[in-house]
Write a protein that binds this ligand. Sequence first.
Ligand SMILES: *Cc1c(COP(=O)(O)O)cnc(C)c1O
Length: 344
Amino acid sequence: MKSLEELTRKNIWSLAPYSSARNEYAGREARVFLDANENPYNQPFNRYPDPLQLELKAAIAKVKGVPAENIFLGNGSDEAIDLPYRCFCEPGKDNVVAIEPTYGMYKVCADINDIEYRPVLLDEQYQMTAEKLLAATDELTKIIWLCTPNNPTGNCLNREEVVKVIEGFEGLVIVDEAYSDFSSQKPLRTELAKYANLIVLNTMSKAWGCAAIRLGMAFASEEIIHILNKVKYPYNVNQLTQQQALEALTDPFEVDNWVKILLQERGRMMEAFAMLPICEKVYPTDANFFLAKMTDATKIYNYLVDRGIIVRNRTRVQLCQNCLRITIGTKTENSELIAALRQY
Ligand SMILES: *Cc1c(COP(=O)(O)O)cnc(C)c1O
């Protein structure tokens, strides 16, 4: 790996971050807060939230098995996807490499930040090789994006190849594990200590059932976390989100239970799809959704919309022609979808 200083934009490396009122009395006991121009009335909303979310990070550390110092929290994964561009990629000059197809936000954020985005097509089984990805990199490649289980394909990437990418690349490798709770593959976040150039993303939006509160996580070395923290907005995770996340984290068993039900339902739905005359192929998945190749994805999509049922039409995505992406819902919702498709 190149040094972190080499990988970081010069202006960011030398940045003196905003120091908030509450940063400055570090650690000592305080009772009277006349430092932040807050209104003393309207508790508890009158006070600025903890900019480093320490209580929440301690709870996440326990549940995720990652030390609190190795955790960055953001306004959804969206923030954890955007920030690495702003920290490490020089607009109009640097580039990133990513698997294709994958989650659309990596490219949107590259475009917003004026960073060249180099997609590398997966094979027919939606797998990649380290060799092909690394061949797409050059001296100006700062980040390689991987997503496993991948969206929209649903499958896990081959772990050996993922490790080869991490070990063979001089820059940063960001592995988005948004769906790892649904997967039997061991999450990479537990192996952070081995790889100084690895960033793993997680989210409260999927298995944890908290998409509305907007909480995303990046797990990485303390040095990388420090750089992300310098650039983020001071109060990027609001108080309501921190409170709600803390509450959700008190009951990981409920999440386990949801995951169990969703995986059962996923099995039932995939079998039902395989039996439909209008379904040509059901792709293997490790996530809470699956991809199905249909006879005519757009017609079927529109038919479902007319009945108030929305799935994701991925037909225009490379390697996904005529594919619908089906999220697993409640038993009732899933049965409604199947019933509608049987009447098509
Ligand atoms: C849904 C999803 C996310 C979640 O994004 P949030 O901003 O945390 O809601 C992240 N990565 C992938 C690949 C996803 O599919």
